[in-house]
Write a protein that binds this ligand. Structure first.
Ligand SMILES: CC(C)(COP(=O)(O)OP(=O)(O)OC[C@H]1O[C@@H](n2cnc3c(N)ncnc32)[C@H](O)[C@@H]1OP(=O)(O)O)[C@@H](O)C(=O)NCCC(=O)NCCS
Length: 443
């Protein structure tokens, strides 16, 4: 059996045999299909890329029907149990788990780049007192490119690696400074004796004490959450990273774009919606009424459903188990009882079963972050810190891929055909009626 597909164009009666590679058809192979000689050739229309592979990748594998997530082949459950965020970051970027000496060097290279230039503090100070920390993160990470002008040498391996170290190292510092600024608190410098997440906690929470001792359970919980959020193949922000990166700016500018994509409530902000929803429900006895409303089409059950997963999101089950350990330290978040009961009722309900709606990563993560003392505005920031590993891994893979070019989609143009300019005196309200175009494909 040939790995091809035969397409017949009913406009012309012509047939075309197109190769199938890795379960895909190259969109460019469709271009030969033309209604006539003047025709541009067939294109694919796929708003939101719901069925378009934009790259070939070796980094992250998701099987949404089976609820499988693997980084470089390693199941997320094993990494969550046995790895650390920095080790996982190395795996994502370089493709293999590091040896002991590689890991030590990697951790050292990142740990000793956690400080940021003092001038960053100055422009941080310029933000309004109630500026959103994510807005501050987007701007300050982009601004780092001005401190490292050599970073635009993106194909120089050494320079590239240095920016990767800097980005992973400095994101927690920028995040913590943004948080402290929003509270009007003095910035706290990194403590390089601590782990990656221990250092983040000290920069966030240290007050007058000379040395901050992060709680080991919270330190580990945060590290685990960072492993789970480190990459998720071609999601919206990663697509932004690759798209902006494809025009070859320095990586700080591309990461700023990725952060901006993550800022949106449909991506990095869903766990905030979950908290709002659970707070609104207020008590377990009000859940059936809430579910009834959702089924009637009045709102969504936030934290449920996923574009890719049509099964329990494997990250959600890991977080759910971890929640109990966190609550032993922080005290039980009363919203957890509502969440657990909501999940139980929803998973037994035909509406959710038929639509394959299961808890996603955001269903429990917000409850944990809230219990750890983070305000909701910090949730997307806490997502951006670990996702930086995934963003740089995907960016690096893109730069090494000879098939990648500047990202530039096509469009289906449905606007006006050519029309003549009308002077302002002769224009009518609502525009001068002119026949619209018949849908020409753009060249
Ligand atoms: C994540 C999400 C955007 C995926 O959307 P999608 O793949 O485009 O799925 P659709 O919107 O086509 O949903 C399919 C059906 O399930 C319903 N549905 C999807 N998510 C739902 C939810 N969370 N609550 C209630 N109904 C939901 C849709 O209304 C639709 O029903 P219909 O077939 O009767 O029209 C969507 O599930 C959602 O909005 N979830 C809540 C937000 C959230 O938790 N986001 C975080 C994702 S990590």
């Amino acid at each position: 059996m040939a790995d091809t597909i035969t397409v017949t164009d009913n406009r012309t009666g012509k047939s075309y045999e197109l190769p199938i590679e890795h379960g895909t058809v190259r969109a460019m192979h469709l271009r030969q299909i033309k209604a006539n000689d003047a025709d541009f050739g067939l294109m694919v229309y796929d708003p939101a890329f719901t069925n378009t592979a934009s790259c070939r990748s070796h980094i992250t594998f998701i099987d949404g029907d089976e609820g499988i997530l693997r980084y470089r082949g390693y199941p997320i459950e094993q990494l969550a149990e046995q790895s650390s965020y920095l080790e996982t970051a190395y795996l994502l970027i370089f493709g293999e788990l590091p040896t002991r000496s590689q890991l030590d060097q990697w951790v050292h290279d990142i740990t000793f780049r956690t400080f940021i230039h003092e001038n960053v503090k100055k422009f941080m100070d310029g933000f309004h007192h109630d500026a959103h920390p994510m807005g501050m993160l987007v701007s300050t990470v982009g601004a780092l490119s001005t401190f490292y002008p050599e970073s635009k040498e993106i194909f120089d391996e050494e320079v590239q690696l240095l920016q990767i170290h800097r980005l992973i190292a400095k994101m927690p510092t920028l995040a913590a400074f943004a948080y402290r600024h929003s509270l009007g608190l003095p910035y706290r410098y990194p403590d390089n004796d601590l782990s990656f997440t221990g250092n983040l906690l000290t920069m966030l929470y240290r007050m007058s004490e000379a040395k901050y001792d992060p709680d080991p359970v919270l330190e580990r919980a945060l590290d685990l959450l960072f492993i789970l959020h480190a990459d998720h193949e071609q999601n919206c922000s990663t697509n932004a990273m690759r798209s902006v990166g494809s025009s070859h700016p320095d990586p700080y500018s591309a990461i700023a774009a990725a952060c901006a994509a993550l800022y949106g409530p449909l991506h990095g902000g869903a766990n905030e919606e979950v908290l709002r929803m659970l707070t609104q429900i207020g008590s377990v006895d009000r859940i059936p009424e809430f579910i009834k409303e959702v089924k009637a089409g009045h709102g969504l059950l936030f934290g449920f459903g996923h574009r890719v997963y049509k099964h329990y999101d494997p990250r959600a089950s890991i977080i759910k188990t971890m929640a109990h350990r966190v609550f032993e330290v922080t005290g039980r978040n009363p919203l957890l009882d509502i969440a657990l009961e909501l999940e139980k009722i929803a998973l037994e309900d035909a509406y959710f079963i038929e639509r394959k709606l299961y808890p996603n990563v955001d269903f429990y993560s917000g409850i944990i972050y809230q219990s750890m003392g983070f305000p909701v505005a910090m949730f997307p920031v806490l997502f951006a810190i670990p996702r930086t590993a995934g963003w740089v891994a995907q960016w690096r893979e893109m730069l090494q891929d000879p098939e990648q070019k500047i990202a530039r989609p096509r469009q289906v143009y449905l606007g006006y055909d050519q029309r003549d300019y009308v002077s302002v005196e002769r224009r009518e309200p609502g525009g001068t009626p002119v026949a619209s175009g018949a849908g020409q494909a753009a060249r």
